[in-house]
Design a protein around this ligand. Structure first.
Ligand code: CA
Ligand code: CA
Length: 501
């Protein structure tokens, strides 16, 4: 492989000494890691895989898997695709690489636990290369464990195109003068660090030190910080424009603490199992406002234990990957978590569930949860259809008011319909409910329309339920003043206004 660059240098009259040949190197792209792009449906069921698991596509002709590779020089590369096919016939595909296509034979390997490797010669362009493997048959692709790339210095590339920020644009952070609303205003209310002088931090150790304990502090975060942040009582943490905290082991924890305000931060986690992005555990009077939460598994946000009096406003929740463990906001950790009973009172307003959130917008146990003026998107791609938006679980009392539920129509995600018997994507879901669960829908809208129901779903693990766009029972009356705005024009306002700046 090193001969390729040397040959080029030899032909153009330049001295070969100005750029030494780049030795070949190898990078392996795994699902849920950089370079493997969405939509990715992954599993861990059949042994013998490497990395976090493997990709199991739906058994359909539109099944696909995609990758992004950065090549400093371009030129010939060798790809090794590791796969298993326990079916009786080939589940081959066609790989497109920069407008060229390569046939990829994926014959039976005898068992889903028998893994084989197919080697492919491709030519990459200098810079970013997008690769897409599309199924050739109605059985979808074989299960795919990894893609190994060998050549002159390949690296995992970024997936999707993020618009570069316009440095001349002014950042409008007038929302920082807004006051909190909803449940967080009840009880002792929320003031965070109060009128303490703000301290600007640029390093994680500085931030963690100031955020610990219960001394009042107002902290302004600047730049990109790495690590898990644990926040104590009486804190206000505000991101300056562009501030980001990134961690592969959970990003934010508010545990055994009260009176906490977190605003304008981008919080970037990973979609590795058990790495919830943000956890509020035994936390009281917490306000999460105008943050952008990216990735976390199984949920982006979990409220658990004796957590109570929380307002979650104007945040963006999104995933880089899609699948069963790519859910949204889970209020209540387990049916037998009885310390949550009578707690978990939460208001969610003007949040944007912006993409690839499969379900839980939110899912509720025990709590009196008021969700109003949110924008919940289902996937529109055949492979990324959501399961449901809001689930009323055990003892839930949900007031869903003037929300926009977009694209909850048509078939559910293939995995959901195959494994849970839920053939339709629905707004509300009453599986795993009980007789005490209440969900009242007040002037919510479906855009364009949605499955009205009730439809039966065959929930797994012996639990069945119903789903559709209908309420059951009368929800609590909020004790606080609030104003749910009309849904006309709301979608644009949320898209424009939600998230960190
Ligand atoms: Ca499959
Ligand atoms: Ca793998």
């Amino acid at each position: 492989m090193v001969a390729w660059l040397a040959a080029c240098n030899g032909n153009d009259g330049e001295s070969a000494t100005t750029s030494a040949p780049v030795p070949d190197s190898t990078v392996t792209l795994q699902e849920l890691e950089a370079g493997t792009c969405n939509p990715v449906m992954f599993e861990r069921q059949n042994p013998g895989f490497t990395g976090p698991g493997y990709i199991n596509t739906p058994n359909t002709i539109v099944a696909r898997a995609s990758w992004s590779i950065d090549s400093p020089l371009g030129g010939p590369h060798v790809l090794a695709l590791r796969f298993a096919n326990g079916g009786a016939t080939a589940r081959s595909g066609e790989l497109s690489v920069n407008e060229r296509t390569v046939q990829v034979p994926l014959p039976p390997t005898g068992d889903w636990a028998n893994w084989d490797t197919v080697s492919l010669d491709v030519v990459l362009a200098p810079g970013r290369n997008s690769l897409e493997l599309r199924a050739s048959t109605g059985d979808g692709l074989a299960n795919i464990d990894s893609l190994t790339v060998t050549g002159p210095g390949p690296l995992p590339g970024a997936c999707g195109e993020e618009a570069p920020a316009d440095p001349s644009a002014t950042v409008d952070v007038r929302f920082l003068s807004d006051e909190p609303a909803g449940w967080v205003t009840q009880g002792n209310g929320v003031s965070g660090g109060g009128d303490q002088a703000p301290v600007v931090v640029t390093r994680m150790d500085e931030l963690q030190k100031l955020a610990s304990g219960s001394e009042p502090a107002v902290i302004h975060v600047s730049g990109e910080l790495n690590g898990t942040l644990t926040v104590g009582s009486n804190k206000t943490i505000i991101g300056l424009p562009g501030a980001r905290i990134r961690s592969d082991a959970g990003v934010l924890q508010v545990s055994d603490a009260r009176n906490v305000i977190i605003r304008n931060l981008e919080l970037v986690g990973v979609n590795a199992r058990g790495q919830v992005n943000t956890v509020l555990h035994n936390a009281e009077n917490v306000w999460l406002d105008h943050n952008t939460f990216i990735d976390g598994s199984p949920d982006i946000l979990l409220l658990s234990g004796t957590t109570d009096l929380v307002t979650i406003s104007w945040n963006v929740f999104r995933h880089s990957y899609f699948g069963h463990e790519h859910m949204g906001v889970n209020i209540g950790a387990a049916d037998d978590d009885l310390e949550s009973r009578g707690r978990l009172r939460t208001t969610l307003h003007h949040n944007f569930y912006a993409g690839l959130v499969n379900e839980r917008m939110p899912r509720v146990r025990f709590g009196k949860v008021h969700t109003f003026n949110n924008l919940c998107l289902a996937g529109t791609d055949e492979l990324t259809r959501s399961y449901y938006a809001v689930r009323a679980g055990v003892d839930a009392n949900v007031r869903s008011e003037r929300n926009i539920y977009r694209d909850f129509h048509g078939p559910s995600w293939w995995w959901t319909s195959e494994k849970l018997g839920a053939e339709n994507a629905t707004v509300f879901n009453y599986a795993r409910s009980n007789d005490n669960a209440v969900l009242e829908s007040i002037e919510d809208v479906c855009v364009p329309d949605c499955v009205r129901g009730p439809v039966d779903i065959a929930e797994h693990e012996g639990v069945t339920g119903k789903a559709g766009f209908y309420g059951t029972g009368s929800a609590f009356e909020p004790p606080y003043a609030y104003s749910a705005e009309p849904t006309d024009g709301l979608e644009a306002r949320i898209r424009e206004g939600a998230g960190a700046r």
